[in-house]
Design a protein. Structure first.
Length: 202
């Protein structure tokens, strides 16, 4: 028989918690999640006043979040130029509630279109997200696809940063940021061929 969980559910505590102050992440875990996570969602307000949340690639430069997007063909840039208020959520895979850890950054968007700056950010994105490309030729092809004339960089100038560690909310904090618990979803849903990055899947 499996051991009983040490998670404690306190309905009154759960209802009255202050998300901003009652269960923040540890500083070392914040730094690791902020700089190394691959999960990022950006929120802005569109011209009709609706909040729009978009999954994004991101990297950190000068301690700020940097994301790449396309002018004209993506509406978010025009919206951010009219109303630069935005939020970004960075989180781990969140498979197990006691291990969910997340960061919310609220601030102002700054749009960059300087070529040298964009080149640096685009190479950082390729290094982070296109890790299966191992040859210079493959990486150069990816760069040319990403670094196009209509690209620009969205920098988030932070005004407020909130963090939360849901394990603390349940009196069940565990050190760390990633726990590999999403492996159960891989085992349940993924084809075996997808598990080997060296194999191309048609």
């Amino acid at each position: 028989m499996a051991e009983a969980s040490d998670v404690r559910f306190d309905p009154i505590r759960l209802e009255r918690l202050n998300v901003r102050t009652d269960y923040p992440m540890e500083q070392d875990e914040f730094e690791l999640l902020y700089r190394e996570s691959a999960y990022c969602n950006m929120g802005h307000v569109n011209k009709r006043g609706y909040p729009v949340v978009t999954p994004m690639f991101y990297v950190i430069k000068n301690d700020n979040i940097m994301m790449s997007t396309i002018k004209n063909y993506r509406l978010k840039v025009g919206c951010l130029m009219e109303n630069p208020k935005m939020s970004v959520a960075i989180h781990n895979d969140g498979t197990n509630v006691r291990h969910q850890k997340a960061i919310l950054v609220m601030g102002q968007a700054k749009i960059h279109d300087d070529d040298a700056f964009m080149r640096e950010i685009h190479w950082m994105i390729i290094d982070k997200y296109f890790f299966e490309l191992t040859t210079d030729e493959e990486r150069e092809v990816a760069f040319e696809a990403v670094h196009t004339p209509l690209r620009c960089i969205i920098e988030v100038i932070p005004e407020k940063i909130f963090t939360w560690d849901l394990g603390k909310m349940l009196h069940a904090h565990d050190d760390g940021v990633w726990y590999g618990e999403s492996q159960k979803l891989i085992n349940k849903y993924m084809q075996q061929a997808h598990l080997d990055l060296s194999v191309s899947v048609d």
